[in-house]
Design a protein around this ligand. Sequence first.
Ligand SMILES: Nc1ncnc2c1ncn2[C@@H]1O[C@H](COP(=O)(O)OP(=O)(O)OP(=O)(O)O)[C@@H](O)[C@H]1O
Ligand SMILES: [Mg+2]
Length: 339
Amino acid sequence: MNVDIALDFGSNSTRIMVFGKDEIFEEPSAAAYDVTGGELIAFGKEAFDMIGRTSDRIKIIYPIEKGVVTDFDAALAMTKYFLRKVTSKKMLSGRAVLNIPEGISDLEIYNLVSLVNFAGIKKVYLINTCKAALIGAGCDILAPRGRFCIDIGAGSTKLGVMSLGSDSSVRRAELCGGALDDLVIKYAKTKYNLLIGRHTARLAKEKLCSAREPSDLLFYKLKGRNIKTGLPFAVEISNFELLSMSENFAAEISLLIQGALNGARPEIVSDIYTNGIVITGGASDMTDLDRYIETRLDIKTVHPENSRLCVIKGCERAFAMLKNDEKLSPLRLASTKMS
Ligand SMILES: Nc1ncnc2c1ncn2[C@@H]1O[C@H](COP(=O)(O)OP(=O)(O)OP(=O)(O)O)[C@@H](O)[C@H]1O
Ligand SMILES: [Mg+2]
């Protein structure tokens, strides 16, 4: 039996959906590399679980970051591994819908498409992240109405204003969930002389960061190494300690939205005012981020459940739209030649 798939290579997680099925495959976009033998030894969850527990011989890499292939061989081996897991013994029919972050170059798109081609899928359709996220969030993007989406991921934030199914303006920003992890690492280092790993920082952020003053006091135990003594060390930090960092993040996200709306036509802005801003991506799940944006910009927000899955769901639904009417499809066929 042949299968068509939707693909979202996130900086943090890769998601794959087999067309017509509801299940979503999701594993970390990670590969483990044996430095001595120069071999790739594990991928996805298996590689991710080695983080912080490996010897110096094993390095964990993320071969696709911010939608850009940074290590082609590792990305290809990882993609083949994921596809084998998803399709088991079934044959790929050679069609995939691939999510492309706004603002990446033609060469970067070409590399992504080549990766999918080399993994055995010959026909690749492309869709921009925000367009996919809007479809995945249940919006009718073909209606003659302005729409706005901000997708706050682990590696970048994508913003898209669109109307009648086409992008009227798109942009990408470096501010993202990963940037907040770096701030937590810096905070632990400067305040407690505590060196923590990215994974610990990320878990602390997800539990503690809140865009508005929290009503409850929460704690997270940061475990790492004392910079001065070199010994293992742990500190309990609270959500209030990370409040100003989280508020700054929310304020900067609001500025990004404001900047994108400033460039849009008045009729489109008026539609967006009525319909609200759609906020997707894992980092949009920060406690009260949506409410902070609403108050700060005086504009309604729509924050779908499982917001990090909107893009992959949108890729899959866009494929169904292609089947119904090719002319109205939000997808574009990828060229196999560099322009
Ligand atoms: N409750 C939460 N509060 C804050 N951040 C969160 C929360 N839940 C998840 N995140 C963050 O969301 C990010 C992952 O989002 P997502 O899965 O959308 O990224 P991605 O698609 O892999 O990356 P990108 O699209 O940027 O390439 C991580 O930085 C994660 O820590
Ligand atoms: Mg993403």
